[in-house]
Design a binder for this molecule. Structure first.
Ligand code: SF4
Ligand code: SF4
Ligand code: SF4
Length: 365
């Protein structure tokens, strides 16, 4: 796609206009402290043994294929893994801190932010923060622009690049359907050590602080997710500095959407060619849909033609087989009749021979 200089400058001007609007909006945004009684999950990394039962359970509840390698295969920890379209959660191993022997394992997934940045950058409102806590995504309205993937501060989104038709953004759903049924999230139920706790977020924060109070030598005095970027539904406890687990506790307590343009300005592309790109993505999406529709129709037509040819061929084969079977049956019947006739003739001949050679006296009596 070529972009003319005039078109590019027009795009910039429109982008600047939108930025002003963002600033105006940002000025009016109130910090959202969340719905009362909403749910959350607490991952206590001091109890996590890296068994990956949570990963396996997550795959099961989401209908994903089982892990490539057995869950007790520790070589998966040789590198830090990221979330993929069929792995909504991954457990990574972190080197022990100075003076500590056991490694630390941290479970990674979408944090279900109180004020999700993914939702704030999405122009078609494909994301929704539910009163229960989970942030949901609607693939039917998604344009495929992937701003959300770039905007998420936790790298918690993945995109189905390999899907030829209708690629989607993929991530942890916080097991929303299970929560609605009154069940625990799959990973929380599967954890054998109690490292994952599910419940009301406020109560989980109380539990976490109580653990820290009772065992100050065991924990860093901080509940990650209580305030970071405005707070998250997933909370983390640790016995080592959070930054060594790739969680940065020094970040702002303000939600990113409330910061507005200052955050969005570090998101590549969003500031400068935002409107132009959006239209291109939209056009591409529509073109892709149209092409997909044409390809689908063509595939159906070819399939029907092939089915027709296959049917004709099958009928011909059946007719040939039937004719052959009939021929075989006739031949067999003729052969059988001939054999029967031969058998009868032989029997009559034998009877006649016996009569000719018989004792006349015996014959008379
Ligand atoms: S962690 Fe990322 S994907 Fe999940 S709700 Fe927050 S911004 Fe959205
Ligand atoms: S809450 Fe559900 S979707 Fe999210 S990591 Fe746990 S099992 Fe997977
Ligand atoms: S199931 Fe529990 S102990 Fe095992 S890796 Fe997951 S969080 Fe850690």
């Amino acid at each position: 796609m070529s972009v003319s200089r005039r078109g590019f400058l027009t795009g910039l001007a429109t982008g600047a206009g939108m930025l002003t609007a963002h600033k105006a909006n940002a000025a009016g945004v109130q910090q959202f402290t969340g719905y009362q009684g909403r749910f959350g999950l607490l991952h206590d990394t001091t109890l996590c043994v890296g068994c990956r039962s949570c990963e396996k359970a997550c795959k099961e509840v989401n209908g994903h294929p089982p892990p490539d390698r057995p869950i007790d295969d520790k070589t998966v920890f040789d590198r830090h893994r990221r979330i993929t379209p069929t792995e909504f959660t991954v457990v990574n191993r972190y080197k022990p801190a100075e003076g500590r022997t056991p490694p630390v394992y941290r479970k990674h997934q979408c944090m279900h932010c109180n004020e999700p940045c993914c939702a704030s950058v999405c122009l078609v409102h494909a994301f929704e923060k539910t009163p229960e806590g989970p942030v949901l995504y609607d693939p039917d309205v998604c344009l495929g622009c992937r701003y959300c993937v770039m905007a998420c501060p936790y790298h918690a989104l993945s995109y189905e690049y390999d899907s030829a038709f209708d690629p989607k953004v993929m991530r942890c759903t916080m097991c929303y359907p299970r929560i609605k049924e009154g069940k625990n999230p799959g990973c929380a139920d599967a954890c054998p050590t109690g490292a994952i706790l599910f419940g009301e977020r406020d109560k989980l924060i109380t539990v976490a602080k109580e653990r820290i109070r009772k065992s100050p030598d065991r924990y860093i005095d901080h509940v990650f997710g209580e305030h970071e970027f405005g707070g998250t539904s997933w909370l983390t406890l640790a016995g080592v500095p959070f930054k060594s687990l790739e969680l940065h506790e020094g970040v702002t307590h303000e939600s990113l959407p409330s910061i507005g343009t200052s955050y969005l300005s570090v998101v590549p592309l969003v500031v400068t060619i935002y409107p132009g790109l959006l239209m291109a993505f939209y056009a591409f999406s529509k073109r892709k849909d149209k092409l997909a529709q044409q390809e689908l129709e063509e595939a159906v037509r070819l399939a029907l033609e092939k089915a027709d040819e296959d049917t004709k061929e099958k009928l011909k084969q059946a007719a040939d087989k039937s004719a052959k079977d009939k021929e075989k049956a006739i031949n067999a019947a003729v052969k059988k009749a001939l054999q029967e006739a031969e058998r009868k003739a032989a029997a009559e001949k034998a009877a006649a021979a016996a009569t000719d050679g018989a004792d006349p006296k015996e014959t008379k009596s």
